[in-house]
Design a protein around this ligand. Structure first.
Ligand code: IVH
Length: 679
């Protein structure tokens, strides 16, 4: 199609539709922090419009979303004009796009050889500009439309890692720092879990959580949200700067600014693609949400020569990851009964690929959540899958019919027992206990799971056929399978070899220690950490069985609620019968792991994380010493972490710990705990 030909009416109409849809969705996204379509769907509309406007430039209107950067600021915040416009980034969706970018850069500069790029993660948060005058934070602003944003100084000042005064003496008199406000993934999940429990609005993704938390007129609300800031560049500067961006970043770090992690200088397209592959492989391990890699020409003089287009600089590109969200149709909504009887509405979906994995079921969490989102069979919905988190329905994109709320059933859909939902709780539960086939099945699956008794070969399908054939009824029956070996081998998909393997795995499981057995029993709210604490404290199964609530509450992590669950579990006649039969086949289940010398293993059962640079030893040496004291040393912080040892430049693990309320200790405190490195 030649550029001069007139646009056909369909193209004109389509462009209008696209423009109005894009404006609507940009408003939902940027202003209300409540997107209703995934980012990928927005990008697709945007691309279609840009394609039409490129083919027929006459179609492009002055207010087209392709010429704008973001959304309008909310009237209630004070407007803040940026000293330099806050631009957007052009997207690259594959190696071809990256190669095009690199070629345009080299052509623009007249360079034959390989370029140096500063590669880093594209953080999925809210863009922020911090203005420092004489090293003092005078203003923080959101991006807004790129020219003018909203003043959020009070809100940003509540983020603990943001310095209000910069350190050092080579600080430019005026410095505009650009960065991203993010909510760490663990904090985002925790926030949504709590919001669901309180029947409050959940956020669709960490980006919206960050945006919604920062754009609170009352900064005290912001202060309660676990936000972090990562700086990735500078806007206007009055003063001297080093030549390469990576040197600028080092300088920024020295001033005390929290710098975007994982930035490195790479060479040419190959370097960029290798960086992308490494980052993508680590995506689910990162503590913050990343939706791609950003490559920026490192030399500042080259950036200046390349300049910018309307929305985006020519010297940078965002190489996107596969989206975490997709749109699909709900085939049906079913109710699943979990191990503890919790009823969970689950959407059965037209299979759809999300982040590289095919998803055909997604949780709706509970009935309140289901009805708040108003999901019904036939609806088009957005589905989100992030790493090992269970896929969830984010919201309805296109509703099929009138909304009819779905009532909580009064009877369990599996066993017909009464369903109860105590006042103030969002979870409805089947009261059938182990009489309920669904609870029984989930209890057996849990018992056999890897972190429980690790019974290899006892997968979900086999559990079902063992139950259906009547070979087992409870977990205790598993240990009688060796007497019924021929019946076991005759089951569908089984053979002599697999039957022998299963019997062997069952034999092995008898030798695991008390904490694994306790966890395997599946007492409500007794996770791995609590099971370990109980085993460490009581040492014998019989002591736990007999313990009263008061005594149970003396164990770390065990509050009144958990104590009541433990007591109730061991008082139940059905459970007692199963536990007695298990005791009869137990080898080590009834005792905690032997302690060589309890004073020498003060950290037994505790998980510790070491981060940053230590002065008196390497991290590896610290690990060996901590393990010698019984600790498990892990690479990532969770709320189960006992404490985090933070050296110099600790980075985001320390932040995560602070956000999750996990204790952070200095190297000096660690030395006091473990003695001197030589000792
Ligand atoms: S550099 C000229 N680096 O993505 C724009 N931006 O889509 C230079 N973003 O507004 C931006 N991570 O808020 C840059 N490592 C990173 C980033 C990043 C996230 C945001 C930024 C920008 C938006 C553009």
């Amino acid at each position: 199609m030649s550029q001069s030909s007139l646009p056909p009416p369909e193209a004109r109409r389509r462009a209008e539709v696209l423009r109005s849809q894009l404006k609507h969705h940009a408003y939902l996204y940027h202003v209300l922090d409540d997107p209703q379509i995934p980012d990928g769907a927005y990008d697709a509309l945007f691309h279609e419009l840009r394609g039409l406007e490129e083919t027929w430039p006459q179609l492009a209107t002055a207010d087209s979303p392709t010429r704008r950067v973001g959304g309008h600021p909310l009237a209630a915040f004070a407007p803040a004009a940026h000293l330099d416009p806050m631009l957007s980034l052009k997207n690259a969706f594959g190696p071809g796009d990256v190669a095009d970018f690199d070629r345009q850069v080299r052509e623009g500069l007249g360079i034959e050889g390989e370029m140096d790029y500063l590669a880093g993660p594209k953080l999925d948060g809210l863009a922020i500009a911090l203005l420092y005058r004489q090293g003092v934070l005078v203003r923080a602003a959101t991006r807004g439309d790129g020219q003018q944003g909203e003043e959020v100084t009070a809100q940003v000042s509540t983020i603990r890692t943001v310095p209000t005064v910069l350190q050092g003496d080579d600080i430019p008199s005026l410095l505009e720092v650009r960065g991203e406000v993010c909510m760490l993934r663990a904090a985002f999940e925790a926030f949504n879990r709590q919001a669901r429990e309180r029947e409050e609005k959940t956020f669709a993704n960490p980006r919206n959580a960050a945006a919604g938390s920062l754009r609170q007129l009352d900064w005290r609300v912001t202060a309660q949200r676990p936000l972090v800031l990562f700086c990735h560049g500078l806007g206007k500067v009055e003063g001297e700067l080093p030549e390469g961006q990576h040197r600028v970043m080092e300088r920024m770090r020295a001033w005390g600014l929290p710098i975007c992690p994982r930035q490195e200088v790479v060479k040419g397209v190959e370097g960029c693609l290798a960086f992308h592959a490494r980052l993508l492989a680590d995506r689910d391990l990162l503590e913050y949400e990343v939706d791609g890699a950003v490559y920026k020409v490192d030399r500042l003089a080259d950036r200046e020569r390349l300049g910018a287009r309307i929305r985006e600089p020519r010297w940078a590109v965002a190489h996107k990851f596969p989206p975490r969200e997709a749109i699909t149709t709900v085939r049906d909504i079913e109710i699943q009964v979990g191990r503890t009887g919790a009823l969970t509405p689950v959407a059965r979906l037209e299979p759809v690929v999300v982040g590289g994995v095919t998803v055909s079921n997604a949780t709706l969490h509970n009935f309140q959540e289901l009805n708040r989102k108003g999901v019904q069979p036939g609806d088009r919905v957005a589905v989100r899958r992030a790493g090992d988190v269970i896929p969830e329905v984010v919201g309805v994109v296109e509703a099929l019919s009138v909304r009819v709320p779905m009532a909580v059933p009064t009877r369990c859909p599996v066993c017909g027992a009464a369903v109860e939902q105590p006042a103030g709780e969002v979870v409805a539960r089947c009261t059938g206990g182990l009489v309920c086939p669904a609870q029984r099945r989930e209890a057996i699956r849990h018992f056999a799971s890897r972190r429980a008794l690790d019974i290899e070969g006892l997968g979900d399908k086999l559990v079902d056929s063992l139950l259906n054939s009547g070979l087992i009824d409870t977990v205790a029956d598993l240990y009688r399978l060796k007497e019924r070996r021929s019946e076991l081998a005759a089951l569908e998909r089984m053979a002599d070899k697999s039957a022998d393997n299963l019997i062997e795995a069952l034999e092995r499981s008898r030798s695991l220690p008390l904490h694994r057995f306790l966890f395997a029993l599946g007492v409500r709210e007794v996770g791995e950490a609590t099971a370990r604490n109980l085993a460490d404290h009581f040492r014998q199964l019989s002591a736990i069985e007999e313990a009263g609530r008061g005594e149970l509450e003396g164990v770390p992590d065990v509050g009144p609620k958990v104590a009541a669950h433990i007591e109730a579990f061991f008082r139940s006649p059905e459970n007692r019968a199963v536990v007695e039969r298990l005791k009869a086949v137990s080898r080590h289940w009834q005792q905690a792991e032997p302690v060589v010398d309890s004073s020498a293993r003060p950290l037994a059962g505790r998980t510790v994380v070491v981060t940053g640079t230590l002065q008196t030893m390497t991290r590896q040496q610290a690990k060996v010493r901590l393990e010698g004291l019984g600790a498990r040393v892990s690479g990532s912080v969770s709320k189960r972490t006992a404490f985090v040892v933070a050296g110099e430049n600790p980075g985001s693990k320390k932040t995560t710990a602070e956000v999750l309320g996990v204790r952070v200790v200095t190297e000096a405190e660690l030395l006091r705990m473990i003695g001197s490195p030589e000792g």
